[in-house]
Design a protein around this ligand. Sequence first.
Ligand code: ADE
Ligand code: ZN
Length: 332
Amino acid sequence: MDIISYVSEMPKAELHLHIEGTLEPEMMMALAEKHGVVLPYTTLDEVHAAYNFSDLQSFLDLYYFGASVLRDESDFFDLMWAYLVKCRQQNIVHTEIMFDPQTHTDRGIAFDVMMKGYLGALKQAEAEWGQSFKLIMCFLRHLSQASAFETLGMAEPFSDDIDAVGLDSGELGNPPEKFSDVFAAAAQQGYQCVAHAGEEGPPAYIWGALNSLNVARIDHGVRCLEDDELVAQLVRDQTPLTVCPLSNVRLCVVDEMKDHPILTMLDKGLLVTVNSDDPPYFGGYLNDNFLAMVGGLGLAQDQAKQLAANSFKASFLDEEKKQYFLGALDSF
Ligand code: ADE
Ligand code: ZN
């Protein structure tokens, strides 16, 4: 089997995907029309032209604006459903999906409107084709810890449906330590913990996420390579890093795909995985990330298989399900 077919068809998990970041321009324009939201673009070409980011913040400004077209339960259902159909097409047999409640509750959308839409789509995909999933509720780090605590409280009725808490949004100036109390409370309530760190922020933010937030995984983490002691610890503990190659290129974390350090990270023994982050904003879904690595980095079949195996090992699935998916990958 050629490498393109192999990476496209191999069973894989996705562990770093923001559902609000899967809003395709067509859906954004349709929902804007439905709700009478005026967008600063009138054509798809204009939308694509706006997706020319200089850094994380320039993307986040558009991302939060785009999410403002999501208003009623069916909008949240449709958004989630469209991503789950991609999972089926790309053989993403398990996905751990991040969502940002504050992006909606801060503009007056009720937590349960969002949640019922998302869960409706997830349960339907589970029933129709056995889609495996977990949910990660992220706190926006540019907001206060008090706001994160409020969000944790709103999630209580849905605590059986939410597996983990995470930390996203503008990294620089918002170190992990700002959220140590709310992460401790979330862990106490039984949630797993993850955090974005070392995307734009320095290695100190990765140390902070490990030591102050007790996270089980680091989202991005590419800047760990600037600190040998940190790399040694991440290798020793096999702390997963959910790396997002196309995102890193589009947000200027690296210049070009050929400069991306993901295969160096793999060689060092880090537990790295491949993920799409915010696919339409960054040029593609999970398979597009693998294909970009084939083209830009010469990704080989054994490396692709290792990355897919890592995605199951790094997941929050129980041991039996991990072994099941690893077995499916082995016999693929
Ligand atoms: N929210 C959505 N995508 C993000 C990213 N790449 N970094 C931080 N926050 C985000
Ligand atoms: Zn992210």
